[in-house]
Design a protein around this ligand. Structure first.
Ligand code: DLL
Length: 433
């Protein structure tokens, strides 16, 4: 079923006409309401009136995560706080998170796009949706929740964690769909098996999986272990949350971008030049209907390509290929976004540690692991073992408290980690996704 048939099957010319109209409105609005954009446009020598065609979008400057950080927490909002009904946040590159806000209408648009996404997965009001995305500042939980309710389905607001309870509810409540990260679903499949549960016999029919990179290989494994259809959902907090793009059950090849709300471009991450359809590069989004927190040409750092070919499902929105990587060093560990620079900030706050560290990321079974190896100072090294142990504990605790990830910590001798002449290679990612 197509949830918003009127919009989702618009002829291309109509999509583009709608995009242009909405783009012109948003550009004019941000110019007049957000100091940051006025300055950025003025510096680039463009005015809102210069946007006469969609092609003129490329004259506008990019927005990057650092801009969000510089305007922390609410500096890029385009409405007064009295109009904001919801805040979410995700990882920034260092200490502070990136904060996003929504008006009532924004929350409703988001719910609609999530309802569209569920419908694209073949779900209706007759379905029971088990939602294991985390509820809280992360957009996954509440985003999927509101969409499921909008669709009229029954939603189980399970959130993450409590594996045994998850398995119990999957058996007892008989949900027909599950929302979580692909790696967590594999983990649940393993855990269920260990508990003696026949995971293939559950009523689950479909998984709406995203928030981290995954592969066709993982899809095949998930489908085999659980006997379901595994579909890919994409989104990012800055742009909205989950439901920016979604794979349809008919095509299962690329994710339809909701182009009546977002304009997507692919750029060369080195030069910023816009690349034609089909070429691989960094995905850039402009939001054209958001009220609270519109974004102009936001660089996602996600690497993909756009596929304009018409899909068998009847939707006319362009598809993006599954994200193949990032153009920055952000890691996603068990669904939590982490920048090496954030770990560095935590380490640098702790006395007795040297600024030499390495992050080893791996996957044990279906779960990501992170090991932080860090050099201690000569003084600490010659200390007694108890001192070293409490230092390890402290790092582990701070990383968990500030960044929300559990890490193994290994203190190593001074000068034992590799040194680099150019850019330091801090991360060794051994995951074979
Ligand atoms: O992860 C929103 C979301 C929640 C999407 C639930 C899908 C499902 P952030 O925490 O801001 O938001 O992280 C956004 O996660 O830039 C990508 O790098 C990555 N990501 C999200 N979905 C996918 C996906 C949510 N399907 C960042 N495939 C994005 C690959 C994904 N990477």
């Amino acid at each position: 079923m197509i949830y918003n048939e009127e919009f989702e099957t618009l002829p291309r010319e109509a999509v583009e006409a709608l995009q242009l109209k909405r783009l012109q409105q948003v550009v004019s609005r941000v110019y007049h309401t957000v100091g940051f954009y006025k300055k950025a446009f003025d510096n680039a020598g463009v005015a809102p009136e210069d946007v006469r065609s969609l092609d003129d979008l490329k004259r506008l400057p990019f927005t990057v995560k650092q801009d969000l950080r510089d305007n922390y927490p609410f500096g890029l909002f385009s409405v007064p706080m009295t109009s904001i009904v919801r805040l979410h946040a995700s990882s920034g590159t260092t200490g502070k998170p990136t904060v996003v806000g929504y008006t009532k209408r924004d929350v409703d648009t988001w719910a609609t796009l999530m309802a569209r996404s569920f419908a694209a997965a073949g779900l209706t009001r007759n379905d029971i949706i088990h939602n294991s995305y985390g509820y809280g500042l992360f957009t996954g939980g509440l985003g999927a929740h509101y969409g499921a309710e909008k669709l009229g389905a029954s939603v189980i607001p399970m959130s993450g964690g409590s594996t045994k309870k998850q398995i119990m509810l999957l058996q007892d409540f008989g949900p027909t769909a599950i929302c979580c990260t692909p790696s967590y679903l594999l983990f649940l499949a393993e855990a269920g098996k260990e508990m003696g549960v026949d995971m293939k016999a559950l009523k689950l029919r479909v998984g709406i999986l995203g928030a981290e990179p995954w592969s066709e290989r993982m899809r095949a494994q998930i489908e085999k272990e659980l006997d379901i259809t595994a579909l890919n959902i994409y989104g990012l907090s800055e742009v909205m949350g989950p439901g920016v793009a979604m794979e349809c059950i008919e095509g299962r090849n690329g994710l339809h971008i909701y182009e009546d709300h977002f304009i997507a471009e692919i750029i060369d991450p080195k030069t910023g030049e816009v690349l034609p359809y089909g070429e691989t590069g960094e995905l850039v989004f402009t939001t054209i209907t958001k009220e609270a927190f519109p974004l102009i040409r936001y660089r996602t750092k996600d690497i993909t390509r756009l596929m304009p070919e018409v899909c068998t499902c009847g939707r006319t929105f362009v598809r993006m290929e599954r994200v193949s990587g990032r153009s920055d060093d952000m890691l996603i560990i068990r669904g939590v976004n982490v920048f090496p620079s954030q770990i560095e900030s935590v380490i640098m706050e702790i006395e007795g540690l040297e600024p030499h560290y390495q992050l080893i990321v791996d996957r044990e079974g279906s779960l990501d692991t992170l090991e932080i190896q860090v050099e201690v100072s000569e003084r600490v090294f010659s200390d007694e073992i108890r001192g070293l142990q409490s230092l390890e504990k402290r790092i582990k605790k701070d990383v968990k408290d500030y960044l929300g990830v559990t890490a193994k910590v290994k203190l190593v001798e001074p000068k034992s980690l590799q040194r680099f002449e150019g850019k330091a290679q801090r991360v060794v990612d051994k995951r074979n996704i």
